[in-house]
Design a protein around this ligand. Sequence first.
Ligand SMILES: Cc1cc2nc3c(=O)[nH]c(=O)nc-3n(C[C@H](O)[C@H](O)[C@H](O)COP(=O)(O)OP(=O)(O)OC[C@H]3O[C@@H](n4cnc5c(N)ncnc54)[C@H](O)[C@@H]3O)c2cc1C
Length: 391
Amino acid sequence: MIIVGGGPAGSTLAALLARSGLDVTVLERETFPRYHIGESLVPEVLDVLEESGALPAVESAGFLRKEGGVFRWGTKPEPWTFHFDEARERYRFTYAYQVVRSVFDKILLEHAQTCGAEVMHGVLAREFAEQPVAGSNWTGAKLTATLADGEPLELQARLVVDCSGQAGWLASKFKLRKYDPFLRNVAVFAYFRDAARLPGREAHSILCEAMELGWFWNIPLHDGTNSVGLITKAELSPAAGDRTAFYESALQKSVYTRELLARATRVTELRSIADYSYRPSRLAGPGFLLAGDAGNFIDPIWSTGIMLATTSARLAARAIKESFQSGTPQALADYETTVQQLVGRYRQFIYFFYQTNATPENYFWKAYSMLPSAADPQDAFIRLVSGRLGV
Ligand SMILES: Cc1cc2nc3c(=O)[nH]c(=O)nc-3n(C[C@H](O)[C@H](O)[C@H](O)COP(=O)(O)OP(=O)(O)OC[C@H]3O[C@@H](n4cnc5c(N)ncnc54)[C@H](O)[C@@H]3O)c2cc1C
């Protein structure tokens, strides 16, 4: 088994498969720790990390414990809140963490290594070709990569799982990626020191504030910084490299984000990302599978990225074990269907959230229409934003 990419999808899949006794190699182009955007987790991630065995190391890293979120969104003029422990069912994890990704991703990848996976840093996956496995009906793969010193590397495997994130190694090779016409947004973000905290129980919550140019996220982190990002429509955003004044002026136009940052200092350069919302035409094919952002990414609004990355890794691990045991790729095709349905449901909710200027109760009812087994609309909403769609 070869996994390309050692982010949360790749490292979780590697740990789950190595713990099942499979031979796993992870190729990661960077040397960890490396920077990554996307710091706010939801409770379902903790369930997956408990299964992979990585949770104790994550729990002892000192990350801030996140109990919910504060949203200034829709027709309600004041911010409204939700807490993960408001779900009616007694879930094991009714909290999550705000993580510094360089630290979090390193913990997960080292855990995969502890489980028995071989991890190769500084290795860039390049070419992929199908390759029949001698003496069977199985189609495996041949992969070529470049080592950190520039030397080529050739590997063969029964399956290659692309977990290369937004880079989309196989998605771009096979032209699988379709960009979302409704979520053509740009994210501009930076880190601040000495930001004020929200009061009481919300001190570690994510704050999402809609304003005329888009919306801001504000995520407090355990290293004393806050991740503060603006999501704006592509047509409103200046060209890359020219976004600082735009970001600063949007910040001044915000109310709650500006207030929290009144005495804070920006301590990093501004970064930005565009074209990050897409879906793939396929997630599985002869010799390959896609998991995490390498397949789908919807939008940062409900902090579902790492949840969908680690959940797709969990589903991929089950499908790979089953298909290796049966000797047929049927379980891999079923994996594609399950992941696309799961992501599709979140996409539906996120479209509604962006397109409907409504009360919190309207958003709860939308969640209830998607999760009729929930106790009531608020319960459905909490389950949805906790990442609990039951896969
Ligand atoms: C603006 C923004 C804000 C976000 N905020 C949040 C948030 O608050 N909460 C949340 O849960 N999610 C958030 N996300 C999403 C989250 O960051 C991703 O969903 C998550 O990182 C996906 O994990 P992954 O393992 O699939 O990919 P990644 O974490 O991107 O890992 C992919 C790895 O593959 C490696 N790689 C790439 N190409 C190759 C190659 N050819 N060979 C070898 N290695 C390769 C990369 O170096 C990288 O380490 C946000 C995303 C954006 C764009």
